[in-house]
Design a protein around this ligand. Structure first.
Ligand code: FES
Length: 188
């Protein structure tokens, strides 16, 4: 669904607005493929240039009905990249097989998802070390040693629940506030 990266550009630190231009290109491609909401949200943000207080209150709405098991999409929430993944049963089992208390930032998959929607993982696409955009959301990208996300800047590996498992990042990828109603995901 999304484009493949892994080039040197992937090592760029997120820009002033926290999102690489490359990600906007990927987001546009995803929108064209039929995941609703993105087409409306980004042009609105970019053309109207809302003030900081308006931006802080904004939400991002996505139709995740077409998001198949094992797929992920990149979107934008308050000018930051956000990753939405529908986990496979194997990815959920891998996350649940870990003793959460043994982790650097102890959280279970259930802690990081919503009841009844444990297969939908929503995280900010911002590495908690120094803010790079991790790889792993787009098809073919490096997911790291634990099958989730990999930050190429300094080598942080996140697992299938986007929890930090190896490398310098101090905490798990942040889970933003969100709600899921039927097939609609509203972040913020
Ligand atoms: S910014 Fe991700 S590992 Fe340093």
């Amino acid at each position: 669904m999304a484009t493949t990266t892994g080039t040197p550009e992937a090592n760029e630190v997120a820009g002033e607005d926290g999102v690489r231009r490359r990600d906007f290109i990927e987001i546009a491609a995803v929108s064209a493929a039929g995941v609703g909401g993105l087409v409306m949200v980004y042009p609105l943000v970019s053309q109207m240039a809302p003030s900081a207080d308006v931006l802080a209150e904004s939400t991002t709405e996505l139709d995740i009905g077409a998001l198949e098991t094992g797929q992920a999409v990149k979107a934008v929430f308050r000018k930051q990249p956000v990753f939405v993944r529908r986990l496979t049963p194997a990815e959920m089992q891998a996350a649940d097989a870990v003793d959460a208390e043994s982790l650097r930032d102890p959280q279970t998959l259930a802690d990081r998802t919503q009841e009844g929607h444990e297969d939908v993982l929503v995280v900010m696409g911002v590495c908690t070390h120094l803010g790079c955009v991790p790889l792993g959301a787009a098809e073919g990208e490096n997911k790291g040693e634990y099958g989730g996300y990999f930050c190429p800047c300094h080598g942080s590996h996140y697992d299938t629940a986007a929890r930090i498992r190896k490398g310098p990042a101090p905490t798990n990828l942040e889970v933003p506030e969100y709600t899921i109603t039927d097939t609609t995901l509203v972040i913020g």
